[in-house]
Design a protein around this ligand. Structure first.
Ligand code: IPM
Ligand code: MN
Length: 355
């Protein structure tokens, strides 16, 4: 009997639908190959729906999504919708309400991919960022005082709970152990200035690490991390950090691994439903042109397989992606791949079928 998985699909805005279609193409190739069954249900959340109905996310959506094994998200962001509405109303709301407390971002340079870092090769760039995904500056704590007056005050507070920090830190230690590469976990903080928030992070990290004697630990300030990610990315195995720093350093990570054409991420609730996405955004100017690189979405699909515990299937996809980057496309940039979006999806799906 085939293993059955229910996947909610939110293609979203811009090029989201195009890249998600290629991700599904590859999942279907995996299903045929490995005797699995994926049932997809589409949800039309995004800018178009919002402009048509005035509703960002229907109230029933979150509960409905809880019934799935995973969520596959394309991209959120529409040029005609004021920035923040869709991001807060869909992406952040789902992260918070589904308690996806980990944002997992592999930073891996695939063969044949250009990195802006001179002399760095795939063996130098292969680490994972574990970003706390439900607290910190993203919690929305704060407000205005005397708004719109010359005496205006804006306060935005970083919320760090012991329980929230601890579950993130524990996840990072467990993940590092399971990954079993360098077995090294680096805490990224700013203990020299943010002496409350990162005091809590550092104390928690130091307490938890006593339970993981097999994992080497390290600490670096976030600004230094940015420096080392450029100068010596090979120093990193797994990095754990808070929501805001994680947001920033993972875009730097995406750039050193070749850009938005390849970068994927997972919003994980290890006890609930998780959401997987290419992190490149909706790229409105390429919409409908069959030019956008679908590899990031295919890598997100690979993370779904990994999440389901289907490591062999996930490895098939990753090997196919590496064959494509190494030998079958010219560049990762939209319009410069020497192939169309659908052709790249066909290539990966074909390689999966032949694997
Ligand atoms: C990300 C994105 C989001 C974030 C935006 C779109 C709200 O940049 O997933 O990193 O800041 O978390
Ligand atoms: Mn970001």
């Amino acid at each position: 009997m085939a293993d059955n998985y229910k996947i909610a699909v939110i293609p979203g805005d811009g090029t989201g639908p195009e890249v998600v279609a290629e991700g599904i193409k590859v999942l279907d190739a995996v299903a045929r190959k490995d005797g699995l069954k994926f049932d997809y249900q589409k949800f039309d959340f995004g800018g178009e729906r919002y402009m048509r109905t005035g509703e960002v996310l229907p109230d029933t959506a979150v509960d409905e999504l809880r019934g799935f094994d995973a969520i596959f998200l394309g991209a959120i962001g529409h040029p005609d919708v004021q920035p923040g509405i869709l991001e807060k109303g869909i992406l952040l709301r789902l992260r918070f309400e589904l308690d996806q407390y980990i944002n997992l971002r592999p930073v891996k340079l695939y063969p044949g991919v250009d990195t802006p870092l001179q002399d760095k090769k795939p063996e130098h760039i292969d680490f994972v960022v574990v970003r706390e995904n439900t607290e910190g500056l993203y919690a929305g704590a704060g407000g205005f005082l005397r708004k719109g007056t010359p005496m205006e005050v804006a306060v935005q507070e970083s919320i760090n709970t012991r329980a929230g920090v601890e579950r993130c830190v524990r996840f990072a230690f467990d993940y590092c152990r399971k990954r079993n590469r360098e077995n090294k976990l680096t805490l990224c903080g700013k203990t020299n200035v943010l002496t409350y928030a990162f005091d809590l992070w550092e104390r928690t990290f130091n307490e938890v690490k006593e339970e993981y004697k097999d994992i080497e630990t390290d600490y670096a300030h976030v600004d230094a991390i940015c420096m080392w990610m450029v100068k010596n990315p090979e120093w990193f195995d797994v990095i754990v950090t808070d929501n805001m720093f994680g947001d920033i350093i993972t875009d730097l990570g995406a750039m050193i691994q070749g850009g938005m054409g390849i970068a994927a991420g997972a919003n994980l609730n290890p006890e609930g439903v998780s959401m997987f996405e290419p992190i490149g955004g909706s790229a409105p100017k390429y919409t409908g042109q069959n030019k956008i690189n679908p590899l990031a979405a295919i890598c997100a699909a690979q993370m779904i397989l990994e999440h389901f515990g289907l490591s062999e299937s996930a490895a098939r996809v990753e090997n196919a992606v590496m064959e494509v980057t190494a030998n079958r496309i010219d560049s990762l940039s939209a319009g410069r791949m020497g192939k169309t979006t659908t052709e790249v999806g066909d290539l990966v799906a074909g390689l999966v079928a032949d694997s």
